[in-house]
Design a protein around this ligand. Structure first.
Ligand code: SAH
Length: 460
């Protein structure tokens, strides 16, 4: 038995989904140890004992793991953003590969899942094109920009994040200097007073266009012209062009970052970027994959799995701004995209038009509701948020029986759940390809291919 506050020596052998080290006591009790990595020998301080497991913190690192590396970011330990900066990249990839496999086996009940070797990234730092930094205040009540401490809403000041686009450091220090010099108050979550809540940035890595949005507790930003001037200048210094400066209004005292109302302060309400030879308009509320280098590889895999010859009807469900739809359109007869965010569909339609693509049509609505109304598909691509596909959509897919289903997923647990339903509905799982879109974090993206099982005489 373990007791709270007990200290025990543990060998860490694996990692949890959240990135905690896992060790076992001599009695076989699993202990989740924060700040511990596979290969570490630690003195663990037990903080919570449950029926089948315990939770501990690392009191002392007795022998460090050979897979430990120096974190690039000085606040890596405090900040809640990166869980894996101390783990060698090769081990990060191994963990993600194992995690996807384990989910498919345990949650999906899939024996020997057809795993492809995870596609790693070349640029494992400064790869993100989008960020949402919380704004708070220091002990002198002056604005600070940073990141939330793990499991909290305290802001760890940091304008130089190791995984964000390196240009963000300059942009954010400029915004912070503006807020301080013009004495613009940070929003206070407790009192609901103050103005600036979050700074949103998005950079087109290919286009070099910059969008900055200040999420505010009100629509009016004092001295906005000074911020415009500063940001035009600062972005120019790092080879970017400020194309969009926005104020988003969020007066609600909730954890939701972005509010419904947005004002353009300077430029347009979107930036442009491209993936391969397709150009995209991206507005602030629209989803856009965060790691451009890896997105390209992910979409190429989706394209390969879709196996298009030019005659197919394709559904691209959860299509965002139509990125995958337009990527596939040149090889399909017709693509139907469905997405719940109206601004994203507006972008998707513009995107078809600016690329002279005439065989893609887009619909606003929930995939599970709209899918029912579309012409029968040969291929279905789904790319749902973490909660996976709605049960009703799975039923529709099984009823319309596409030849191929390409499932793009950012959560291996819901992927496994949904794959299991599709396999039970008569599909064969051909490939599962993890792609590391989120280096230094425990998140993992995958793309899977399912093909309709054929009767014996059809097989060759
Ligand atoms: N395939 C796109 C977007 C994937 S992210 C890309 O690669 O860029 C998932 C998208 O699903 C988001 O744009 C989100 O707004 C949308 N979404 C969430 N729930 C939805 C639902 N029930 N029906 C349709 N779209 C939904």
């Amino acid at each position: 038995m373990l007791n709270k506050n007990q200290e025990i020596q543990l060998s860490i052998t694996s990692l949890s989904v959240e990135g905690a080290g896992i060790g076992k006591t001599d009695d076989g009790i699993t202990v989740f140890v924060s700040d511990a990595l596979p290969g570490d020998e630690v003195l663990a301080h037990i903080i919570k004992v449950k029926k089948t497991y315990a939770i501990a913190i690392t009191k002392e690192l007795i022998t460090p793991s050979p897979f430990r590396v120096e974190a690039l970011c000085p606040v890596a330990k405090k900040c809640g953003g990166c869980t894996f900066q101390h783990l060698s990249y090769a081990k990060q990839l191994e963990f993600k590969q194992e995690q996807v496999k384990a989910c498919l086996e345990r949650i999906g009940g899939i024996k020997n899942p057809p795993m492809e070797e995870i596609i790693g990234a070349e640029n494992i730092y400064h790869y993100r094109n989008k960020a949402q930094f919380p704004v708070s205040k220091d002990s002198d009540s002056k604005p600070i920009i940073g990141f939330y401490r793990r499991h909290s809403h305290d802001v760890v000041p940091n304008t130089d994040c190791a995984i964000q686009a390196s240009e963000d450091a300059i942009i954010l220090s400029e915004v912070q200097a503006f807020l301080r010099e013009e004495e613009i108050p940070s929003y206070d979550e407790v009192t609901g007073k103050g103005l600036v809540r979050h700074i949103f940035t998005r950079i087109g890595f290919a286009s070099r266009e910059l969008m900055v949005c200040l999420v505010c507790n009100g629509g009016k930003l004092p001295k906005a012209e000074k911020l415009i001037e500063r940001l035009i200048d600062a972005s120019g210094r790092v080879g970017l062009k400020l194309e969009s400066l926005l104020v988003n209004v969020n007066k609600d005292n909730t954890n939701v970052i972005i509010g419904k109302e947005t004002h353009v302060i300077y430029g347009r309400d979107y930036i442009e970027d491209s993936i391969g030879n397709i150009r995209y308009h991206i507005s602030m509320p629209s989803f856009y994959q965060v790691n451009p280098e890896q997105t390209r590889k992910l979409y190429d895999k989706a394209m390969e799995y879709a196996c298009l010859t030019g005659t197919e009807i394709v559904w691209d469900l959860y299509c965002g701004i139509g990125t995958i739809s337009l990527y596939l359109a040149s090889k399909a007869k017709k693509v139907y995209g469905v997405e719940i965010v109206p601004e994203a569909i507006e972008n998707a339609r513009e995107n078809a038009s600016i690329n002279n693509i005439n065989n893609a049509e887009f619909f606003v609505g929930a995939a599970e509701d709209v899918a029912d109304t579309l012409p029968a598909p040969d291929v279905i691509v789904v790319d749902p948020p973490r909660k996976g596909c709605d049960e009703k959509l799975i039923e529709t897919i099984l009823r319309v029986k596409p030849v191929r289903i390409v499932y793009v997923s950012c959560d291996p647990a819901t992927l496994a759940r949904d794959l299991c339903k599709l396999i039970n509905g008569g599909y064969e799982l051909k490939h599962v390809q993890p792609v590391d879109q989120f280096c230094q974090t425990s998140h993992v993206e995958s793309v899977a291919l399912l093909v309709k099982e054929r009767s014996d005489e059809e097989k060759h």
